[in-house]
Design a protein around this ligand. Structure first.
Ligand SMILES: [Zn+2]
Length: 369
């Protein structure tokens, strides 16, 4: 199968053409470096003078930082919604903004039942939501040849933010009907923010819905989220990229049938088994490990993991989730290097690199070979 996909075209594509074609399964000049979630670190904040938390809420700071993922790291995509809190702030959920080296997070519990869910009128006009929309417009203006990705949180993640993670998970065991009712109410903000970002110029949207491998089973995914995810992909008419962390091969088959263009997958799933589970390599983006490879090991390990994913037929390569904020820049650059080199690497070289790539258990610990 890898050989079939190795018919590289001669003409150099723009980043936008490359990513679009990769997600459609069309021939490429080379694989693409894609970040559905943040690829920004403290180093880039310093280089562009655009630190967190300003970069979460000031459109110009956000734009200057986000574009560094393309101009400095060499990715084919730009994704400016670094955190998971943009719509939550706009909806009135209390947030800790944190500092440069830490992620903004939601805190507190606003709801105990679906009836408590109340969205402020015109929440989408709140300055934090507008900052995202203005930033997308500006990125489109500055980089029309680059693939711009927005982000709208899925209803399961919003459940954690409104109800508190533990309470929400408990409700899903104790009262599945109330949980489903709440999910259907919360999906409305996913759609509204998604459509607004589409109008602002996003080429695609990441939809993080943290029914993660360690908290929620594949059965659970099917029971609570499969239908909802089908609805989301009907309601938002641009490519959607589903993001769920952890070991998820048990639900990839369903995710592949939701209508989502792609699934952003974690390194706890090997590329080969993931391609088999989802049924089509064009539906996968990933899956370079964050905590071990991008954070603590050298660039050659990021390169090796990128080659392993490309050997399996994956053509959109990127970090598995938002990269650690103190990950070294040279490790992040190795992803762009790997996709540029790949068409010219011999079979033997590809196998050699793959042998270097670590494997992880369900907790993310490296399995010693
Ligand atoms: Zn994640």
């Amino acid at each position: 199968m890898a050989q079939e996909l190795d018919k590289w075209i001669e003409t150099e594509l723009t980043p936008k053409e490359r990513v679009t074609r990769a997600m459609e399964g069309k021939p490429l000049d080379r694989p693409a470096a894609v970040n559905p979630t943040s690829n920004i670190n403290v180093d880039l904040m310093n280089l562009t003078n655009s630190p967190f938390p300003e970069a979460h809420r000031n459109p110009e700071t956000m734009t200057n930082l986000a574009e560094a993922g393309h101009t400095i790291l060499g990715f084919d995509t730009i994704m400016p919604v670094f955190s998971i809190i943009a719509e939550s702030v706009a909806l009135g959920i209390p947030v800790d903004w944190m500092e440069k080296d830490n992620w903004a997070t939601c805190r507190g519990v606003l709801c105990h039942a679906p009836e408590d869910l109340k969205f402020p009128k015109d929440w989408i006009k709140n300055e934090t939501a507008v900052a995202v929309l203005d930033c997308l417009k500006e990125l489109k203006r500055r980089h029309p040849e680059v693939y711009i990705i927005g982000k709208t949180m899925g209803p399961w993640t919003m459940g954690y933010h409104w109800f508190g993670t533990e309470n929400f998970l408990l409700m899903s065991y104790d009262d599945p009907d109330a949980t489903l009712k709440a999910l259907h109410i919360m999906k409305e903000t996913t759609i509204e923010f998604g459509l607004a970002q589409m109008e602002a110029g996003a080429d695609a949207l990441t939809v993080p819905d943290h029914a993660t491998g360690d908290l929620v089973s594949g059965e659970y995914y099917h029971k609570f989220l499969y239908d909802l995810h089908c609805e989301l992909s009907e309601a938002i008419p641009i490519p959607l990229i589903m993001h769920i962390c952890g070991r998820t091969v048990d639900r990839m088959g369903w995710i592949g049938e939701t209508g989502f263009a792609s699934f952003h997958f974690d390194s706890k799933n090997l590329p080969n088994e993931s391609v088999e589970a989802i049924g089509d390599a064009k539906k996968l983006i990933g899956n370079i490990n964050n905590p071990t490879v991008l954070f603590t090991r050298g660039p050659e390990f990021a390169y090796a993991e990128a080659v392993r994913a490309m050997n399996a037929g994956v053509r959109c390569i990127g970090p598995e989730c938002a990269v650690p904020l103190i990950a070294p820049t040279e490790n992040l650059k190795a992803i762009g290097q790997a996709v540029r080199d790949y068409p010219t690497l011999s079979e033997a070289k590809r196998a050699e690199w793959e042998a270097m790539a670590p494997e992880y258990d369900i907790m993310g610990t490296v399995i010693e070979k």
